[in-house]
Design a binder for this molecule. Structure first.
Ligand code: CAA
Length: 385
């Protein structure tokens, strides 16, 4: 950290670390097996103010800064990446989008229960044939009197089954490309909103990832978020903040993997001494710690730029790119240090390795982050700061 953390930031970190390591960690391995959604954890996290951290208190959030948020999210990810992804989507792309683009009525009605953690939210952008290129989505919303009627299919939606409030993007004007995409708030139970296939995933197994099908799903025009045509901007703005969150998740899992590797290496004896005494292994640990620290600093940089109200798109993508690639290298090394024990479920590193795999994919693949970074550098014809 270039600057010292404030007392308040340190207090939040310490409170969440304590909660995460006592409560969240206790059932993480079991949840990975049973795929049970972490309702109990999320309820407690709501009570602790972790589900709408950056939302002002008048909308039942905590009014915390982004640095505090990433510290908290990393601590949850340290124990359970499945719980962390629900927290991340809720805080960034759901709560922040409604706060930033919603009307006063929408903030009262939809944001308050989300920010207080009473309900879970989801953001439905991706489709079976539109992932990296969401402009070419085919879900459409047609105006019908005072309503919009939405038809289409969304895929890989985090919390799709358990969310009460969903922000969904849909085309309102085919001819306008990204300026023809709008965002709508849809509540669970709305006729025509159907939860489809629930994915059976390699990692993050306790977080549900589903298809959402919209079949003549009628929503009142008051549920339009922003103006008609704002949907792509809302998604991109939300993803900027979401990508700092994926960096935070990566850092939490990487720290857990490094700590596990160090603990094991000090205990495990081969050739008459702890394997931590061997230089080959010590150098691996030094590289792991260095890469992790570099990722942490990039995350802090993006978060502090956001807190200062500066444009941080490039730095968010850099933090997401570097941290998500880093955690994949680190969890693989941590598993290798564990030898055969890394490959079995008695030790947590195999879960860390599986959970980390999606971090270079969701909220924009590493390839998309490189597009965002290079576009911004080449556009400005200068280095990003
Ligand atoms: N903030 C605000 N506006 C932005 C923006 C940003 N970060 N980035 C772009 N825009 C705006 C531009 O200003 C432009 O608007 P104007 O025409 O009014 O100037 C418009 O959006 C189009 O910009 P581009 O021409 O740069 O857009 P593009 O079509 O080339 O696509 C892209 C850019 C970066 C490839 C983008 O499509 C992208 O990020 N794709 C990846 C999508 C993604 O991350 N999907 C993940 C799914 S969500 C998920 O995983 C959540 C989950 O559940 C965990």
């Amino acid at each position: 950290m270039l600057h010292k953390l404030t007392n308040e930031q340190l207090m939040i970190q310490s409170m969440v670390r304590d909660f995460s390591r006592k409560v969240v960690a206790a059932t993480a391995a079991e949840r990975d097996q049973t795929k049970e959604f972490p309702w109990d954890n999320l309820k407690k996290m709501g009570e602790l103010g972790l589900m709408g951290m950056m939302i002002p208190p008048e909308y039942e959030g905590q009014g915390a800064d982004t640095i505090s948020y990433v510290l908290a999210l990393s601590e949850i990810a340290y124990s359970c990446a499945s719980t962390a992804v629900v927290m991340s989507v809720q805080n960034s792309i759901v709560c922040n989008s409604i706060y930033q683009f919603g009307t006063e009525v929408q903030r009262e009605k939809f944001l308050k229960p989300l920010a207080s953690g009473k309900i879970i939210g989801a953001f439905a952008l991706t489709e079976p044939d539109a992932g990296s290129d969401p402009v070419r989505q085919s879900t459409a919303a047609v105006k019908a009197g005072d309503d919009y009627i939405i038809n289409g299919e969304k895929r890989f939606i985090t919390s799709g089954k358990n969310a009460e409030t969903i922000i969904v993007t849909a085309k309102t004007d085919e001819s306008k490309m990204h300026k023809g995409i709008s965002a709508f708030i849809v509540q669970k139970g709305t006729p025509g909103l159907i939860v489809g296939n629930i994915e059976d995933k390699m990692g993050l197994r306790a977080s549900d990832t589903t298809d959402l099908i919209f079949e003549n799903c009628r929503v009142p025009k008051e549920n339009l978020l922003g103006k008609e045509g704002d949907g792509f901007k809302i998604a991109m703005t939300g993803l900027d903040s979401g990508r700092i969150g994926i960096a935070a998740q990566s850092i939490g899992v990487a720290q857990a993997a490094l700590d596990a590797a160090v603990k094991y290496a000090k205990k495990r004896k081969q050739f008459g001494q702890p394997i931590s005494k061997f230089q080959g292994l010590r150098w691996i640990i030094a590289d792991m710690a260095t890469e992790l620290e570099a990722a942490r600093q990039l995350m802090f940089l993006a978060a502090s730029m956001k807190d200062r109200g500066e444009k941080y798109t490039t730095q968010a993508s850099m933090a997401k790119l570097f941290a998500s690639e880093m955690v994949n290298r680190l969890t693989a090394k941590a598993l290798q240090i564990h030898g055969g024990y890394g490959f079995i479920k008695d030790y947590p590193v195999e879960r860390f390795y599986r959970d980390a795999r999606v971090f270079t994919i969701y909220e924009g693949t590493s390839e998309i982050q490189r597009i965002v970074i290079s576009n911004n550098i080449l556009k400005d014809n200068r280095s990003p700061r």
